[in-house]
Ligand binder design. Structure first.
Ligand code: NAP
Length: 266
């Protein structure tokens, strides 16, 4: 019987319990996935409690993806490179941190638009935001030889930090990105702006965007963010946040149970 959970604040809006329930059914494994709201001051105590209670692992969301690292025994793969953890496994009393966000994102992109990753040399990407999810996504996309992966963020220094870790990348201001919007083949909205209940909010207007560019928002509530509605009206191809959610969850499920999820019900 697997015991899994999500810690963060807030967590009540999460769709992860239903996704993991679906994975348990698909793999004929038994288990539970709980939502555990955690305050800043409780974090260490809650982690010790999860260990003592025999949980097999947990997901980590806002605002603990970086803070959690000091309580882990080891961090591996993209989590180590980007210093951001969204999945923790507990084995033999050891806590190991992973990041499945970026891998999940690239899998979702590849599923929706398989041609996009097969010819990358002349393609430009714009990432809006420089938080935990943006870091993971940038890290995975950097494995492909894109012409450039540009970043904009409210806190410019965070955009510069990610940009410095990538092969061909610039940290731009919002104004600069707007001026060259028609150059981008993929625009990824990774900030929390536009998330329910602030559905009408949007960081950047897509005026001037290349009509067949892919517009991607990793927010999944609502499904049609203001950003994606704008993109659709301008003829862009759309990638929904719920697809990434499914794939990053499948990667986490595999870390905890060893079972690969092959069939996805979107
Ligand atoms: P995070 O680390 O807290 O980063 C938040 C990002 O949003 C930062 O770039 C932040 O800019 C920006 N931001 C927040 N409020 C803003 C505002 N008012 N104006 C401009 N920028 C603002 O969070 P995260 O983990 O990266 O998650 C970000 C979003 O992605 C959330 O909505 C989350 O639900 C979603 N998400 C989806 C998936 C999925 O599977 N679909 C996975 C992970 C996350 P500053 O750096 O300036 O603060």
């Amino acid at each position: 019987m697997y015991r899994l959970a999500l810690i963060g604040n807030p967590v009540k809006q999460s769709k992860s319990p239903e996704i993991h329930q679906q994975f348990f059914e698909q793999t004929s494994l038994k288990g539970t996935y709980e939502l555990i709201p955690v305050d800043q001051v409780e974090l260490e105590g809650k982690i010790n409690w999860l260990k003592a209670e025999g949980y097999h692992g947990f997901n980590v969301t806002v605002p603990f993806k970086e803070k959690i690292i000091e309580y882990l025994d080891e961090i591996v793969g993209p989590a180590k490179a980007m210093q951001s953890v969204n999945t923790v496994s507990i084995q033999n009393n050891r806590l190991v941190g992973y990041n499945t966000d970026g891998e999940g994102y690239v899998l979702s992109l590849n599923e929706a638009y398989p041609d996009f990753l097969s010819d990358v040399k002349h393609k430009r990407i714009l990432i809006i935001g420089a938080g935990g999810a943006a870091k993971g996504i940038a890290y995975q996309l950097n494995k492909y030889a894109f012409q450039s992966i540009d970043i904009i963020n409210r806190t410019a220094e965070k955009a510069r930090q990610i940009s410095r870790s990538l092969n061909h990348s610039r940290a731009l201001s919002l104004g600069m990105a707007k001026d060259i919007l028609e150059q981008y083949d993929l625009i990824i909205q990774t900030t929390s702006v536009g998330m329910s209940p602030n559905n009408h909010e949007q960081i950047i207007s897509l005026q001037g965007v290349k009509p067949n560019a892919i517009a991607s928002d990793i927010i999944y509530k609502p499904k049609w963010t203001s950003f994606l509605q704008d993109a659709e009206q301008r003829g862009c191809r759309i990638l929904f946040g719920e697809s990434m959610l499914l794939y990053q969850a499948a990667k986490a499920f595999q870390i905890w149970t060893g079972q690969e999820i092959k069939d996805f019900v979107n």
